[in-house]
Every structure is written in structure tokens, then in C-alpha cells.
Design a protein around this ligand. Sequence first.
Ligand SMILES: *Cc1c(COP(=O)(O)O)cnc(C)c1O
Length: 220
Amino acid sequence: MESAATRLAQVEANIARMCKPARRERQDVTLIAVSKTHPAERIAPLLEAGHRVFGENRVQEAQDKWPQLRDRFGDAQLHLIGQLQSNKAEDAVALFDCIHSLDRASLLKALAKAMDKAGKRVPCFVQVNIGDEAQKGGCPISELPEFLDKVRAADIPLAGLMCMPPAGIEPAPFFAFLAKLARDNAVQGLSMGMSGDYETAVQLGATHVRVGTALFGARG
Ligand SMILES: *Cc1c(COP(=O)(O)O)cnc(C)c1O
């Protein structure tokens, strides 16, 4: 099996390769290594190889794994990429450097309150239900402008828009649509692209790609 450092170098090279034709700078794309389900001893090699930005999708799991890793790698940055329940907002604000799943008014309220209490502003991506799928989280497209106004009014730093396109079909049109929504609403960041499609996402303007399997192998 390839080492974590080898896989990291491959993904890094792929991102750099896709930046060129899109006339983008490598530094304008943040690679988030999605370490969900993987134990701390699988994560440490990537930290040792110099990688610093990681993603987890569950607050409890991150609380169990990351304090010990942060003791060793104090400058590691942790992004919450999964759905967040309002009653976990305080824990999320305490632990994470960025949240990618802000998608409804009740969560907005809980996060604003938690940030006020903690005296800390955590940048948030607004997740958009880009494929209009009933079972998926994300702000409905028709409600996005109004929701972005609410985020701005609550003084939550807006990191950008995030999406998870429908499974099993070509993701490029959804990435392009998210980029258009960002332009139309004067939003800068774009969190889009996973192991199977991060190269396409970089071509279409992703500022943050969330890559798990291509770095860690399959989840058990
Ligand atoms: C698990 C997950 C990823 C990473 O998926 P891979 O296919 O393993 O790269 C990205 N984004 C979100 C929201 C996820 O839950």
C-alpha cells in the first residue's frame, strides 16, 4: 500500500495540474483532508508529512480524536464538513476553525449565540442543496439570497458556498451552478469536490476541496 505522504503528493500534484489551464494559483485552493472514521494513528502520518488542514463530519468523533493530535501539531486546522445539529453548536464553535454546513435559520441562530458566548467568530460556508434533493441538507436555491442576508446580519464570517452534488451523475454542471450562485451573491469561497471529482471542481473554481478516500483509502 502507498504511504500517506505518497498519496498526499499525488493529490497535491493533481490539484496543481488542474490549476494551470484554469489560470488559477495553487495557493488559492485549500486541500481539506477528510479524516472521518479514521483513527488518530492513520491521521498522524499526514500531519508528519506536513499537511495541516483536515475535515471531520461528526462533532463527537472529532472531540475524541483531535485534542491528542493538536497536542502534537498545534497548528492543525479542523473543518466541520457534516451536518450539524443546533444543540451541538457550542461544541462545534469550540473545536472547529471552519464550518461547511450552515444551511438553516435555526442553526444560524444557535451558531451566532455560541460564537457570542465563546467570543470567537468561526467562518462558515453556507451549504446549498444544489441538486434539490429532499433527503439532503442544504439551503434551497430559491431561499439562498435571503439566507445569506441573515448570515451577514448575524455577523457570522461568510467563508463561501458549499455543495454536494447528487450521486451518480456528472457533477460539473452542479459545480458550475454553485460558482454562478456565488458570483450572483458576491460570495468568494467555493467548497466543492471530493475524491472522485475534485479535479473537475478545481477547474470550475473550487477554493476548498474535501478529499478523504484518495488520501486515506476506503473507509471501513
Ligand atoms: C466524506 C465526505 C467527503 C470526502 O469524501 P471522499 O469521497 O472520501 O473524498 C467530502 N465531503 C463531505 C461532506 C463528506 O461527508
